[in-house]
Design a protein. Structure first.
Length: 318
């Protein structure tokens, strides 16, 4: 009995090296990605019993919540936010005049949120291109907020959102070297979008807070988005979200039979290309004096041709 083990092993090896990935039958692609351009007008934070709604935040430390004595929502676990005017814009930051503290060290910002009490101080949120905490006089660090919609889901870059709390009296983030200015935004906030009502929700966790070292902040914003008609992004458009990114647009639809035919043609071309490549490599090896390598490559070429010929014969009989 003739052993076919060497041939089988060589054929398997050739398949691992040269075989193309199988084509996938056509499936419906995901919905396209839309970009929202305009202003998110925030809704006021509410508390129905112990269930918060609208716009609010919580400060956490590990698995515990740092309570706000000035809030009655969830026994102080949730701080309800009051909307400012105009709100969160995708093509502008809040004005520089918002990045200041009054004579008591409380923020004067009113464009994104109105000041609300957290403990013995007032708290407000702003949107700024500057890193108001660590480099308030440096170069711009953050882009405008970006909101992307896929179906009913939202993915957003809101790194520019920062908190003002307990600053030095009569200073700004710049003049106070960042005192009282805190980075609590995120490069990848998630949420929902209702195409009928244009209502948007955004939620994220920041590994930093404004009241205690090593604490974090959970932020939930809700409101109605007002602006231009959502803009579809071209398929394959690279969407940059800081250290992460994704390719926008729906996957192309394809017919299963067409894909299968392409795969068969591709496999035939691949076999010929493999044999040609093996022949060229064998010639190169022989000319360089490496006869052993040349013999191995020549054998590989014959195996590929034999396999292609066998497949053609089987197809002819069927």
């Amino acid at each position: 009995m003739i052993s076919h083990a060497p041939l089988a092993a060589a054929t398997a090896l050739a398949g691992c090296l040269f075989a193309a990935a199988p084509a996938t039958a056509g499936t419906a692609g995901p919905p396209g990605v839309l970009q929202l351009t305009g202003v998110l007008h925030l809704s006021k934070g509410t508390c129905d019993g112990d269930k918060p709604g609208g716009s609010y935040l919580s400060v956490t430390f590990g698995t515990k919540v740092i309570g706000n004595p000035a809030s009655s929502c969830e026994h102080g676990a949730v701080t309800l936010l009051s909307p400012g005017r105009p709100g969160l814009s995708t093509d502008a930051f809040t004005p520089l005049s918002d990045e200041a503290f009054d004579s008591r060290g409380n923020p004067v910002a009113t464009s994104l949120t109105q000041p609300v009490r957290f403990g013995s101080h007032l708290l407000s949120l702003v949107s700024s291109g500057q890193d108001l905490q660590d480099a308030p006089t440096g170069r711009a660090t953050f882009a405008f907020p970006h909101l992307y919609v896929t179906g009913t889901k939202v993915l957003a870059d809101v790194r520019s959102i920062q908190a003002l709390y307990d600053g030095a009296a009569g200073t700004t983030c710049a003049s106070g070297a960042g005192s009282g200015c805190w980075l609590i935004g995120a490069e990848r906030a998630t949420g929902t979008y209702d195409a009928q009502t244009h209502r948007v929700t955004l939620s994220w966790f920041s590994g930093q807070s404004f009241v205690q070292e090593s604490a974090g902040t959970v932020v939930h914003l809700s409101g109605v988005f007002v602006g231009a008609k959502p803009k579809p992004l071209k398929r394959g458009t690279a969407v940059d979200l800081g250290t992460s990114s994704f390719a926008a647009g729906p996957a192309p639809r394809s017919n299963a039979r067409t894909m299968a035919a392409r795969h068969r043609r591709g496999s035939t071309r691949t076999g010929a290309q493999q044999a040609t490549a093996s022949a060229r490599a064998a010639t190169t090896a022989a000319s360089s004096g490496n006869r052993r390598l040349a013999a191995i490559l020549a054998a590989a070429m014959l195996l590929v041709l034999a396999a292609s010929h066998g497949a053609a014969l089987r197809k002819g009989r069927s």
